[in-house]
Each structure stands twice: as structure tokens, then as C-alpha cells.
Ligand binder design. Structure first.
Ligand code: NAD
Ligand code: ZN
Length: 342
């Protein structure tokens, strides 16, 4: 089968031929239809410090996908051959305290599809059936292929009640943009999103942000005054991973504000702790998606009219994967989808 893999400890990926994976008793074999490129895949492509210390070589990468079940292990229940599925990319242990309590997203032994074990950028993927998620017929392959990052956005955006709240999102990457769409959809008042990239801010506005702010040239506090927001934001969703953005967020939160952190800053990032303590802020780290509450919410949001159709800006057949990575790396894209069936 074809697979996009890291074959050398160097930048780039290679479209190569690998053996089709074996299906264990509890596994499903998924024939991949479409995949999407994640920021993580860009780190792997660039072969940065994180990738060098995390990704074994050779490694078949990718974890955003939709496909069709082609075979199943003897113990699998609840699925059948022909089911259209995506899947949770965090394979959890099942035996730690959190797993046993049903808090799988807090498993301490998580293994990542396309990071620590073979990924979805291939004609076939094997995952435990537990991780597969059935996609209803009324959800397109394009959207199903981005359920993983959409799930990050939904998990973060629904961490706190947003109804009638003023929400600040720092970072208009694909996840920040989708979080803006969700915040708007569930009834936030102002959904202000910041970035330094106008292309992405334009997409965020199209997707539901009520005000976009290019912090390279606009003053966030002046924007707040213009919006008649004199006290500060009620909820902050940090989705850039940039220390400057996180500090700016802390500075403009109202007292008692709530902050959800999805973006991954450098580990020793310094902040003004007085902002946290004297404002009584609540700060929560967000990892992955809730298994599987977030997945059900994603389906429900789309079925009740959340429109993410503008999110996928580029399509390429997998043979043209280099153009797909170039589009992502350019910063002038939403999600980029690679098609394995053309
Ligand atoms: P991305 O890199 O595409 O988006 C980050 C955005 O932040 C970019 O558009 C960038 O221009 C913008 N930015 C840079 N400086 C800024 C500033 N000073 N103020 C505001 N914005 C600024 O990333 P993504 O794929 O959308 O993911 C968002 C973040 O979430 C990343 O840090 C990623 O590593 C992290 N992430 C975390 C999890 C998790 O489970 N916690 C999962 C996926 C991604
Ligand atoms: Zn566990």
C-alpha cells in the first residue's frame, strides 16, 4: 500500500510502499478516503527539535482522516464492514485510574497515531475498534477528515459556559478559527480573535468571529473600548502557543475570568502571576478530545447547523502532497485535505 512516511531523519516526507498492517482481534482495518494535514505534521515535516526527539524513523505519519471499514478483528462489536469512520488518535491504555473511570482523555499512557505508532497517511490504517467513530451520512468526508482538530476546538470551547459571555481567542490557526465558529454558534456575545496573519483572520471572520484583531498593528485594548467592553473578557481560549499572546490574554481578562489553554507554549514561558492571583483567574489545560463526549458534540453541532464548510481551503490528490504541505506552510490556508481515492 501507499504511505507517506518519514524515511530519513531529515526534513520532508516520502510517498512510499509499505506492507498493509495486520488486524488484531480488537482492531478495525480502515481504507483511508481522505486525510488532512495537522500542525503536528508540519513539525514532523520540518524535522524540528520536538519531532527529532519524538518521532522514531521510519514512521508512517498522519492522524486526521476519514475512511471505510474494510475488515475487523473477531472480537469487534458495534461496527460492520462498510461503515464510514474517523477515529480518536489517542490510543489509551484502558487500565490506569482515569481510563477505568471513563476519563480516557486523561490517560497517562496515551500513544499517538502517526506520532508513536503508524499513522493515517496511507491506503490502510489499523486502530483499536474502541477508537473508531461512526460518521453519520449527512456529514461530508471533508469535515469528517478534520474531526481531530475540530475536536480540539470543541473540547476547548466547551470547557466553560460561553452563553452571553465575551470570549477572547488568541491564535487564528485552524483550531482557533473553528473555536470561534463554535463560540459564536453556542451563544457567546463578542468573539474576538487575535493573530498576526490577515489571511487567517479573514477566514475567522467568515467563520463567525465577531471582531478580528491583527495584534501586529492593532491595539486590543482600543478594540475592547470600541466594543464597549470596559471590564475585560469573561472567557479566554489560548490557541496560539505563543507566550506574547498568553500574556496579552491574562492582561485583558476580567476578574474571575476563565482561561482554557490548548496552545503549547515553550515549557519555561514566564507570565505575570499577579494577573492570575489578584484577578482570581481559573486556568485549565486542555489535551486532545474527550473520549467520546467531544465526538458526539461535534456531530450534534454540525447536525444543528454549525457551518464549517469554509474551513477546508485546499484539496490535492495524495501524489501532490508536497503542494499540500507547501500550502499549509505558507500560512495562507485553512485545512488542507489530501485525497487517497482519486
Ligand atoms: P497554528 O500554528 O496553525 O496556529 C497558531 C496561530 O497563532 C498562527 O496562525 C499564528 O500566526 C498565531 N500567532 C502567532 N503569534 C501570535 C500572537 N502574538 N497573538 C495571536 N496569535 C499569534 O496551530 P493550530 O494547529 O491551530 O493549533 C493551535 C495550537 O494548539 C498550537 O500551539 C498547537 O501546538 C496546539 N495544539 C494543542 C493540542 C492539545 O491537545 N493541547 C492539540 C492540537 C494542537
Ligand atoms: Zn490509561
Amino acid at each position: 500500500m501507499r504511505a507517506l512516511a518519514k524515511l530519513q531523519a531529515a526534513p520532508g516526507l516520502t510517498l512510499t510502499q509499505l506492507a498493509r498492517p495486520e488486524v488484531g482481534h480488537n482492531d478495525v482495518l480502515i481504507r483511508i478516503t481522505k486525510t488532512a494535514i495537522c500542525g503536528t505534521d508540519l513539525h514532523i515535516w520540518n524535522w524540528d527539535e520536538w519531532a527529532q526527539k519524538t518521532i522514531p524513523v521510519p514512521m508512517q505519519v498522519g492522524h486526521e482522516y476519514v475512511g471505510v471499514i474494510e475488515a475487523m478483528g473477531s472480537e469487534v462489536e458495534g461496527f460492520k464492514v462498510g461503515d464510514r469512520v474517523s477515529g480518536e488518535g489517542h490510543i489509551t491504555c484502558g487500565y490506569c485510574r482515569n481510563c477505568r473511570a471513563g476519563r480516557r482523555h486523561l490517560c497517562r499512557n496515551t500513544v499517538g497515531v502517526g506520532v508513536n505508532r503508524p499513522g493515517a497517511f496511507a491506503d490502510y490504517l489499523v486502530i483499536p475498534a474502541f477508537n473508531a467513530f461512526h460518521i453519520p451520512d449527512d456529514i461530508s468526508d471533508d469535515l469528517a477528515a478534520i474531526f481531530d482538530p475540530f475536536g480540539n476546538a470543541v473540547h476547548t470551547a466547551l470547557a466553560y459556559n460561553l452563553v452571553g459571555e465575551d470570549v477572547l481567542i488568541t491564535g487564528a490557526g485552524p483550531i482557533g478559527i473553528m473555536a470561534a465558529a463554535v463560540a459564536r454558534f453556542v451563544g457567546a456575545r463578542h468573539v474576538v480573535i487575535t493573530d498576526v496573519n490577515d489571511f487567517r483572520l479573514d477566514l475567522a471572520r467568515q467563520m463567525g468571529a465577531s471582531r478580528t484583531v491583527n495584534v501586529a498593528r492593532e491595539d486590543l485594548k482600543a478594540v475592547m473600548a470600541e466594543l464597549d467592553m470596559h471590564e475585560g473578557f469573561d472567557v479566554g481560549l489560548e490557541m496560539s502557543g505563543h507566550p506574547v499572546a498568553f500574556r496579552q490574554m491574562l492582561d485583558v481578562m476580567n476578574h474571575g475570568g476563565k482561561v482554557a489553554l490548548l496552545g503549547i507554549p515553550p515549557s519555561e514561558t514566564a507570565i505575570d502571576w499577579n494577573q492570575v492571583i489578584f484577578k482570581g483567574l481559573e486556568i485549565r489545560g486542555i489535551y486532545g478530545r474527550e473520549m467520546f463526549e467531544t465526538w458526539y458534540k461535534m456531530v450534534a453541532l454540525l447536525q444543528s447547523g454549525l457551518d464549517l464548510s469554509a474551513m477546508v481551503t485546499h484539496h490535492f490528490p495524495v501524489e501532490r502532497y508536497k503542494e499540500g504541505f507547501d500550502a499549509m506552510l505558507s500560512g495562507r490556508s485553512g485545512k488542507v485535505v489530501l485525497d487517497w481515492r482519486v
